[in-house]
Ligand binder design. Structure first.
Ligand code: A3P
Length: 283
C-alpha cells in the first residue's frame, strides 16, 4: 500500500505524479485558445471530457473510440499529461483536479475557457471510496468510517473538497468560467450539452447533438475501451476497477449512517457559508 506524495500541504497520488511536475505547473503557460476541465476527483470529469470531445467532432465518435481519454484531455499535474501538453501545438483540452492555489498562474490573465464541474461531495466521496480501493495510485481507503473522517478533514487525494470548491467558485462571475453540476448533467443532459456548446461558441445541428448524447451516455462510455479505464496498466489498478460504477445521484444515502449524514451537513454548512442558496443543486 502506497501513501501520498505531499506537495504544498496537499496529498497527491504517488503513482504517475512527481514533485518536479507539480512545481512546473505553476509556470505552465495556458493559452487563450485552451479549454480547461476542472473538477474535484470523482465529480464527472471523464463524462465532461467525453462530451467536449464529441462536441469538438460534432458527434463523430471516431476520436473518442481511437484515442484514450487521458490523451484527449491530459491531466496537467500528472507526469505523463504534462509532457503531452507542453508538446502539443494549437488549442488544447486540459483536465485538472488541482486546487486553485497550485493551478498555473498564467490562467488568471488568459482568456482560456474553464468548465468547473461540481458534484454533491457526499456522492464524490462514495465514488472515491470505491475507486481508490481498486487502484494503487495512493493510500487505499480503510474502513468506510475512517475514510469518511479523513475526507471531512481534507486528508485525502487532492485535499479538501470544501476548500477546493470554495476557492474555485470565487471565479464564477468571470466570462471565461462555466459552472456545471453533475446533477444537472444527469437531470437534463441535452440541455447541459447545449449550455456547454454556447459557452464554447460551438453550434451543433440537432442530429449532431443527438450523436453527442448517444456516444457520451453511461452505457456507451462503459463499452468504450478508450474511455472506461480498462486500458489503465495493471501496475496502477487492481482487478475490477470500474470508472463507470453506478453513475447516479444520491448514492450516498445507501452508505451513510444517520450520524454521518448529520456530521457531513454540519461541516458543509460551516465550510460553505456565504454561498447563495441554489448554487448547489443537491442541497
Ligand atoms: P460513480 O462512482 O458514482 O458511479 P470522474 O470522471 O471525475 O472520475 O467521476 C467518475 C464518476 O462519474 C463515477 O461515479 C462514474 O460512474 C460517473 N460517470 C462517468 N461517466 C458517466 C456517464 N456517462 N453518465 C453518468 N455518470 C458517469
Amino acid at each position: 500500500m502506497s501513501d501520498y506524495l505531499w506537495y504544498e500541504g496537499i496529498p497527491f497520488p504517488t503513482l504517475g505524479y512527481d514533485r518536479e511536475t507539480l512545481e512546473n505547473c505553476d509556470k505552465f503557460v495556458i493559452r487563450d485558445e485552451d479549454t480547461v476541465i476542472l473538477t474535484y476527483p470523482k465529480s464527472g470529469t471523464n463524462w465532461m471530457i467525453e462530451m467536449i470531445s464529441l462536441i469538438q467532432t460534432k458527434g463523430n465518435p471516431k476520436w473518442i473510440q481511437s484515442v484514450p481519454i487521458w490523451e484527449r484531455s491530459p491531466w496537467i499535474e500528472t507526469s505523463y499529461g504534462y509532457e503531452l501538453l507542453i508538446n502539443k501545438e494549437g488549442p488544447r483540452l486540459i483536465s485538472s483536479h488541482l486546487p486553485f492555489h497550485l493551478f498555473p498562474k498564467s490562467f488568471f490573465s488568459s482568456k482560456a475557457k474553464v468548465i468547473f464541474v461540481i458534484r454533491n461531495p457526499r456522492d464524490a466521496f462514495v465514488s472515491s471510496y470505491f475507486f481508490f480501493h481498486k487502484t494503487k495510485l495512493a493510500k487505499n481507503p480503510e474502513l468506510f468510517g475512517a475514510y469518511f473522517e479523513r475526507f471531512l478533514k481534507g486528508n485525502v487525494v487532492y485535499g479538501s473538497w470544501f476548500e477546493h470548491t470554495r476557492d474555485w467558485l470565487s471565479m464564477r462571475e468571470r466570462d471565461n468560467f462555466l459552472l456545471v453540476s453533475y446533477e444537472e448533467m444527469k437531470k437534463d443532459t441535452r440541455k447541459t450539452i447545449e449550455k456547454i456548446c454556447d459557452f464554447l461558441g460551438k453550434k451543433l445541428e440537432t442530429e449532431e447533438l443527438d450523436l453527442v448524447l448517444k456516444h457520451s451516455s453511461f452505457q456507451a462510455m462503459n463499452e468504450n475501451n478508450m474511455s472506461n479505464h480498462s486500458l489503465i496498466p495493471e501496475d496502477v489498478v487492481t482487478n475490477g476497477l470500474k470508472l463507470l460504477r453506478k453513475g447516479i445521484t444520491g448514492d450516498w444515502k445507501n452508505h451513510f449512517t444517520v450520524a454521518q449524514a448529520e456530521a457531513f451537513d454540519k461541516v458543509f454548512r460551516e465550510m460553505m457559508v456565504g454561498f447563495p442558496t441554489g448554487l448547489f443543486p443537491w442541497e
